[in-house]
Design a protein. Structure first.
Length: 117
């Protein structure tokens, strides 16, 4: 069951909107706007789910995904991206992503995806 979620998204408005939406739906949510911030959160907490943007200012979501799966294989990961391509989707799958979602994201659809995990 998913309770604790980390969102890593450099678009601060979108990130905060997703955070508020998921908190209103009963989840404990932390958010970060960079890989470095994400690693700080990951070092201090355990998460059931990480929602990772592919394109970040300091790394990409695949790099974070690999580190999460390397240290906590049970953590579910959803990779999100505006730059959808088969190559990125294949890299996400090979790195262990549990889901891949192209932007724009409907929060209700994301919630359904989370509830299925």
């Amino acid at each position: 069951m998913i309770n604790k979620i980390l969102i890593v998204e450099d678009d601060i408005v979108f990130c905060k909107m997703l955070t508020r939406f998921l908190v209103k739906n009963g989840y404990s949510v932390s958010d970060a706007q960079s890989a470095n911030e994400a690693y700080t959160h990951l070092g201090q907490n355990e998460f059931d789910l990480a929602i990772l943007d592919y394109k970040l200012p300091d790394e990409n979501g695949i790099d974070i995904l690999k580190k999460i799966k390397g240290s906590s294989p049970a953590t579910k990961v959803i990779l999100i991206t505006r730059f959808s391509s088969q190559q990125v989707e294949d890299m996400a799958e090979q790195a262990g992503a549990d889901a891949y979602i192209s932007k724009p994201i409907d929060p209700s659809d994301l919630l359904i995806q989370i509830q299925k995990m």
